[in-house]
Design a protein around this ligand. Sequence first.
Ligand code: SAH
Length: 253
Amino acid sequence: MSEKWIFDFIAIFPELIKPFLEVGPLKKVIEAGTLEVRLFDLKKIADSPKQIDDYPYGGGPGMVIKPEPLKRAIEKTGGGYVIYFSPQGDRLTQELAHRLIEKRHIVFICGRYKGVDERIVEKYVDLELSIGDYVLSAGEIAGIVVLDVLSRLLPDAMGDMDSARTDSFESSLLDAPYYTRPREFEGMEVPEVLLSGNHKLIEKWRKREALKRTLLKRPDLLENIDLSPEEKKLLEEIIKEVLAHEGPHNKGN
Ligand code: SAH
């Protein structure tokens, strides 16, 4: 038997997730049978009472998702590692994503309004997961992000696994810059080395650019990685070059 994953989404509007299942790496892993995504609609699951949200005890604005329909939905999934999307949770990183796909069956709970009744978190949730330090109005949005990140890590998701391996964060470095045809665009030439056909030189150039970008854009990432002696030497050269010519820049500012 080949490896298989099941991701379940419990949400008030799970249909928001559906279009993303029909394109890209997600479509590929689903068609290959590597991933099964099941959507559990709280509106349909709640029957007696039909209500899925209610006013918070103690007053205040906003609604809270009731515990009974959530419990029923969790039971319907048949068990799995239960994740509740919450801005208060562990922050998603590429490294955490790698650890999460070790769980073959994950049940994702998407909150809305003020969130879910805390007793669900206490009793049924294995991990609270945040996609960043900001507040979304819907867990479905976090669900789409997490689904995309995780699906790229499954076997055969990417046409070319090497493409995923060189992406930012996979090696703890940011990715190198990319160029495609035409060779000249608005007076700007593609770096000569990329046209050389010399794969060793190209690889070295990419490594150098990855180190340089990480140094300039995300120096914090360099604190946590073990560089090879060759990479250390490259980095020293880059630091000298940057100090001599440029000074830090960040186009975002
Ligand atoms: N009252 C909550 C926020 C509720 S936001 C609090 O302050 O902690 C409504 C829902 O959106 C949440 O239940 C959660 O499922 C989702 N959500 C909001 N921000 C998120 C984030 N940064 N990461 C993941 N999910 C988030």
